[in-house]
Design a protein around this ligand. Structure first.
Ligand SMILES: CC[C@@H](C(=O)O)C(=O)SCCNC(=O)CCNC(=O)[C@H](O)C(C)(C)COP(=O)(O)OP(=O)(O)OC[C@H]1O[C@@H](n2cnc3c(N)ncnc32)[C@H](O)[C@@H]1OP(=O)(O)O
Ligand SMILES: [Co+2]
Length: 153
């Protein structure tokens, strides 16, 4: 089940400038910065009520964000929904005919497992599913099976 609008992902060229701008716009400081090597992005997160803004800058030519910004202006890059069971939601969306960009959930930013839905199968919107890595049995079972690796502390 999709339970919440988890975050809006915004693609930016200059993370420092965008962070300063959003700090003024939202009237709050970011609560987290994180580099996600697997996605080749640097991120900055702001809390807005029960949701979040994720600023994303690419860190290599291969990054989806770098490629996106070669063709499109800065702005909303993806919409992310919280799910309670990411594998169940992936199976449901596949059965509904959506094209998933990951075979398996992968580790995202801010302690999440994530999966992307291709914008061509979602009315032009890149959709991200996010499940908080916590105590759920699904995640425990994945860890037990060696499918998900927590970063070393
Ligand atoms: C920090 C981790 C994580 C989190 O925890 O929150 C993140 O948010 S990471 C965010 C960055 N990572 C990703 O976006 C991964 C998923 N994305 C992809 O796999 C690719 O970007 C893509 C969506 C498959 C597109 O890649 P590609 O096919 O190589 O690019 P093209 O430029 O050829 O695009 C094809 C087609 O799709 C349109 N497009 C591309 N990106 C978007 C987008 N963000 N929103 C809407 N539409 C998009 C693009 O315009 C092309 O359309 P046409 O020109 O009409 O063919
Ligand atoms: Co995101």
């Amino acid at each position: 089940m999709l339970t919440n609008l988890e975050h809006l992902g915004l693609a930016v060229h200059d993370l420092s400038a965008a962070t300063a701008l959003y700090t003024k716009l939202l009237g709050v400081a970011p609560y987290k910065q994180e580099h996600v090597a697997s996605e080749a992005v640097d991120t900055v997160f702001f809390k807005v009520g029960g949701s979040k803004i994720e600023l994303l800058a690419g860190t290599s030519a291969d990054s989806a964000i770098t490629k996106y910004l070669l063709k499109k202006p800065e702005g909303i890059h993806h919409v992310a929904f919280e799910v309670d069971d990411i594998r169940a939601e992936m199976a449901r969306l596949r059965a509904e005919g959506f094209v998933l960009l990951n075979e398996e959930p992968k580790r995202g930013a801010d302690n999440k497992l994530v999966c992307f839905v291709h914008p061509k199968s979602a009315a032009g919107v890149l959709v991200e599913l996010c499940q908080t890595i916590g105590n759920s049995e699904v995640v425990r079972s994945e860890i037990a099976n060696g499918e998900v690796n927590y970063p070393s502390a």
